[in-house]
Design a protein around this ligand. Sequence first.
Ligand code: AP5
Ligand code: MG
Ligand code: ZN
Length: 217
Amino acid sequence: MYLLLMGPPGAGKGTQAAKLVERYDIPHVSTGDIFRGALQERTPLGLEAKRYMDVGALVPDQVTVGITRERLAKSDCIGGFILDGFPRTLQQAHSLDQMLAKMGIRLNKVVNIVVPDQELIPRLTGRRICQSCGATYHMEFRPPAQPSICDRCGGELYQRTDDQEETVRERLEVYRLQTQPLIQYYQERDLYSEINGAQSTEAVFRDIVVSLTGEEP
Ligand code: AP5
Ligand code: MG
Ligand code: ZN
């Protein structure tokens, strides 16, 4: 299955992608995760991306398209993938169409997880992530058993630098201006479906699976 997960910052794309990976055994391709991984290794790509991410801006299309093309060319993507956080501009959407055409594949579905802004801000400012395995927590909605320690692997939890409230507001504005126009792009291609993300993670997951397969999980 070739799936694209859309939604504003904090909608639950990463949380749902982790559940979809388990169910469908296909890779999760998140451009945000790729940039953060590159930054952890202090590569030139990571250091360049950091300049944009820290202020809530988009990394330039040329850079983002290049790393996505490289990632989708890896052999684990042949049978399917879950794209999260790409495309985010119309230019990126056109580039993705070209990449997929070259690979001889088509997207099965574009799922947009919709959550009102007033819920997104507390979700992001309260988010914590495991330094070692990347598992995502929330101080209120999904707290770890012990503060600052990952339940899954014992790793240390950290807060993303772009999860400060001021940066979160900027990211939401960038989403509205640059990414929301993609809704129409995918509606016109009959790929689009919308999921109510303001429910429990289990209810959101159920709705996504129903929209993909027509069957309850
Ligand atoms: P990216 O990493 O993609 O961030 P984002 O799109 O802003 O989305 P998030 O990862 O913040 O949220 P999410 O939807 O994954 O939510 P999560 O599941 O974690 O991008 C970061 C930056 O990289 C960009 O700003 C840009 O600079 C750059 N970048 C990336 N891609 C790019 C591109 N294509 N072009 C240019 N630049 C690019 O959940 C959030 C929190 O809510 C968690 O704490 C979670 O536990 C909690 N939660 C989840 N679901 C629920 C629920 N149902 N109820 C209650 N709480 C919930
Ligand atoms: Mg994410
Ligand atoms: Zn962990």
